[in-house]
Design a protein around this ligand. Structure first.
Ligand SMILES: [Zn+2]
Length: 325
């Protein structure tokens, strides 16, 4: 059930969609049926929320607007268009799946000020200091048109979307949820992010709190926080980023606090939703990747710590598989 990073109708289809009878002959089933079969056998299946990924795929539609082809084979078709978060939020291709935007957002997607968000992909992505979106290069296939942006959890609209992903997964019967890339948006820092509007506003607000509490170092003394924008500051000072960037230590600490705050918000939301809607307890885990210190403040919010190899060079998959209850 990872399709929420393409659209909610795509995920709904993974969870509850009709499986072609020809495929059922070979044992295929939808993911809610698969979750039930696993539970019956005592296997605790987790829904994975790929928090950082926001996808756009080449897609071909028939005359009625049904989605008939995606990805590589769509690329080769002269009728090729796009399908993903952008089209979902713009309420395009309404016949692509049985559900559509207004089944999940009756009033359309709204930001904190009530303004309509027509392009979820661009609105919620992580950006570098020049404003360009950050790509999730490790999941994109080189030489193909598909595109995956890294998304920013500090954006409340993206958190709202992630909550809807979890609702579908819980409705589909998963005993647990794993929040993948749970250090979001620190994931994007080594690629030059995150200077999205949400991060910049929240960083400045955090700095003001620190200044009022007397916790900022002397390097901040000459900086006017009413006009401060970290991305603009780095550009004006001609600095590289993140290695050697001025004021980076405070920026990093700010993000550690945001990880703590928003991971908790999502974990609490998922548990509460399972309790109130389905009367059951939900397990929650996060991908703690290489166990860097940024994960420590969220350890008490998970039932399982799950790690991941930083790279596959040494081919030691036993570390990847290790989980601690
Ligand atoms: Zn951000």
């Amino acid at each position: 059930m990872g399709g929420g990073s393409i659209s909610l109708p795509y995920l709904e289809h993974e969870a509850f969609g009709q499986v072609d009878p020809r495929m059922q002959i070979y044992g295929f089933m939808n993911d809610s049926e698969f979750a039930a079969e696993c539970s019956r056998r005592g296997i605790k299946l987790f829904g994975i929320v790929f928090e950082v990924q926001g996808w756009e795929y080449p897609a071909v539609f028939d005359d009625q607007g049904h989605l008939v082809r995606m990805n590589e084979r769509a690329e080769a078709d002269s009728r090729c268009e796009w399908y993903g978060l952008r089209e979902f939020s713009a309420d395009l291709h309404r016949n692509a799946f049985p559900t559509q935007l207004h089944d999940f957002y009756p009033d359309g997607i709204r930001d904190e000020d009530g303004k309509e968000v027509k392009d979820l992909w661009e609105y919620c992505c992580s950006r570098d200091r020049f404003g360009a979106p950050i790509h999730a290069r490790w999941v994109e296939v080189k030489g193909r048109k598909e595109q995956c942006y890294q998304m920013c959890r500090n954006n409340s609209v993206w958190r709202g979307y992630l909550k809807k992903i979890m609702e579908i997964q819980i409705d589909a019967g998963v005993p647990g949820i794993q929040l993948d890339e749970c250090e979001l948006p620190m994931t994007s820092i080594n690629s030059g992010g995150c200077f999205c509007d949400s991060c910049m506003k929240q960083f400045t607000a955090w700095l003001k709190e620190r200044r009022n509490a007397g916790l900022l170092g002397p390097e901040w003394d000459a900086i006017d926080l009413d006009t401060f924008h970290y991305g603009e500051y780095l550009k004006a000072n001609g600095s590289d980023y993140p290695q050697g960037a001025p004021l980076f230590r405070d920026y990093w600490e700010f993000q550690v606090w945001q990880v703590r705050k928003y991971f908790r918000e999502l974990a609490d939301y998922a548990r509460e939703y399972a309790r109130t809607k389905h009367g059951r307890e939900l397990l929650v885990s996060g991908n703690f990747y290489n166990m860097q210190p940024a994960y420590y403040p969220i350890e008490d919010k998970v039932d399982l710590v799950i790690t991941e190899m930083e790279h596959t060079l040494f081919r030691q998959p036993y570390y990847y598989r290790y989980c601690e209850l």
